[in-house]
Design a protein around this ligand. Structure first.
Ligand SMILES: Nc1ncnc2c1ncn2[C@@H]1O[C@H](COP(=O)(O)OP(=O)(O)O)[C@@H](O)[C@H]1O
Ligand SMILES: [Mg+2]
Length: 500
């Protein structure tokens, strides 16, 4: 600590000195940047008390005659007349047990402020233990920023930022590193646009598998009302009664719900038993309508053939990518299937103490939309999916299911999900509207630190870091999202080469 670089002194325009925040008047030639860590000595035990810089600004002494000089067009350039100021807020000091405590004793005015050197910052920021991975480096100290895995499962994680700021690159790189620690973490990725297929190449097919969403579909698990919703029928209609009767027969035979099986048992439905007392011809017409609807249904598979079990897949591989990029206008079905997969995984974790994984939701607003802000699919299926996501967000962690949510718009994702996941946050540059939203959860200091970050840089805060304060990080990519393999320009180069 002795021999640390002295930057300047605490200073106050009003004469009032606060503890939670200090203003530093920098000595000539000294520099500071937003995010930097500085310290003053504890007035009693002389331990360093850390402060993080949120603002740096020049301050020029105001002179009344300056205004009249300027209005005359006369300019006096006086270097000694302005000084650099910085504002910083308190992190605290570390006691002998390694816990960070807030300073409670008043600080005398004009005390020296030093730059916090690497070893000191490291003591405050490096997570303990070995179950952790690298996220990137802190540009102000060049220190590695590592995240502990336990809190990332126990308390989930929110990765946010506007379009093109590096969210997916961050998420995909975090996953690639987390499967290479010991013991490796397992992931189920709900991948809206096929962005995570680059993980398959990076990790190899033994470790990672990409599955089209429809392969997870379990027709037998569908509540019968969902078929009515698909066909647009009311429960009281004869079509519905006939369909339910056919499903009951299938159920009693313990046969799976498929188009082929349903067609067979449909012939066994008896008009008298249903209490149909009109002409038999009319009943046959209804039966035909049901048969046609079954034939056209997207919810009912032709054969049971190969419905995949996500739990089984996760026992054999580290990463399962559920690819939702196929089928543009089928959000209702996608919601049903994602809900089935998540429910299955969560139930397994509740029953089996030897099972766990992290669920990654890319573009979370498509699965957990905030009511009244964003709507997609149908009310019923969307509601069922939201309820399982909320359950995982609130109870998943303690049952071995972590939730990592990737989103560009904070207001569009359901509030509970955002607040639960915000225990760990990796925040890239945000639109002003989302900054306001985030300020409600994280506080204004956090928003001040974000400012305008370039792509690939983020502010991280949460239980996965040792300290509970935000750190600036330049994310080190391990893998890039699949979309980065073709840039807009490369597409036109390709099209041009086809002509020549
Ligand atoms: N950490 C990073 N380092 C360097 N370049 C990055 C980084 N993160 C993102 N990029 C660049 O920015 C582009 C957009 O990143 P991406 O992760 O797809 O953004 P988002 O998911 O937020 O839309 C990538 O193709 C890549 O070229
Ligand atoms: Mg993305």
């Amino acid at each position: 600590m002795d021999g640390s670089l002295k930057l300047g002194h605490t200073y106050s325009l009003t004469g009032e000195y606060r503890l939670d925040q200090i203003t530093i008047l920098l000595m000539r030639g000294r520099e500071l940047a937003k995010g930097d860590l500085v310290y003053v000595k504890h007035p009693k035990n002389h331990e360093p008390v850390l402060y993080q810089v949120t603002k740096v600004f020049p301050h020029k002494r105001v002179r009344e005659y300056e205004e009249s000089l300027l209005s005359e067009g006369k300019l006096i350039f006086d270097v000694d007349d302005s000084a650099l100021h910085a504002e910083a807020y308190q992190w605290g000091w570390m006691d002998n047990d390694g816990s960070v405590r807030p300073l409670r004793f008043p600080l005398p005015p004009n005390i020296p402020v030093y730059l916090a050197e690497r070893q000191l910052v490291e003591k405050f920021t490096k997570p303990s233990g070995d179950w952790k991975f690298l996220l990137g480096t802190d540009p102000s100290t060049e220190l590695d920023v590592e995240l502990g895995l336990y809190p990332l499962i126990r308390q989930s994680c929110l990765i946010c930022g506007s379009v093109g700021t590096g969210k997916t690159t961050t998420a995909v790189s975090m996953i690639a590193r987390a499967v290479n620690v010991s013991p490796p973490v397992r992931f189920l990725i709900v991948d809206k646009d096929g962005e995570y297929s680059s993980l398959i190449e990076n990790l190899g097919v033994d470790k990672a598998l990409k599955v089209p969403w429809s392969s997870f579909f379990q027709a037998g698990d569908i509540p019968w009302d969902d078929y009515l919703a698909e066909f647009g029928w009311q429960k009281t209609w004869w079509n519905s009664k006939i369909l339910f009767q056919a499903l009951k027969i299938l159920y009693s035979q313990s046969a799976p719900v498929t188009k082929t099986n349903l067609k067979k048992v449909l012939q066994l439905v008896d008009s008298d038993k249903l209490g149909f007392n009109k002409k038999e011809d009319e009943f046959e017409l209804y039966r035909m309508q049901v048969q046609n609807a079954i034939f056209m249904s997207k919810l009912i598979p032709l054969e049971t053939s190969d419905v995949l079990d996500p739990v089984k897949l996760l026992k054999d591989r580290l990463v399962v990518v559920m690819d939702l990029s196929d089928g543009k206008d089928t959000w209702e079905q996608k919601h049903i299937v994602v809900a089935q997969v998540l429910r299955k995984i969560f139930n397994e974790a509740l029953e089996n103490r030897k099972f766990g994984c992290i669920v990654v939701l890319e573009e979370a607003m498509y699965y957990a939309p905030q009511h009244g802000v964003f709507e997609i699919g149908e009310k019923e299926s969307r509601g069922r999916l939201l309820s399982v996501i909320k359950e995982i967000a609130t109870n998943g962690g303690r049952n071995g299911i972590g939730l990592w949510v990737v989103t560009q718009r904070l207001a569009t994702v359901e509030k509970t999900v955002i607040t639960q996941c915000a225990n760990n946050i990796i925040c890239h540059s945000l639109e002003d509207l989302d900054k306001q939203r985030l300020a409600e959860i994280m506080g204004q200091e956090f928003i001040d630190l974000i400012g305008d970050l370039p792509p690939g840089e983020a502010v991280v805060k949460g239980t996965a870091l040792k300290c509970k304060f935000p750190i600036w990080v330049k994310v080190l990519p391990e893998v890039y999202p699949a979309s980065s393999l073709s840039t807009p320009m490369s597409r036109f180069i390709h099209m041009n080469s086809q002509i020549n």
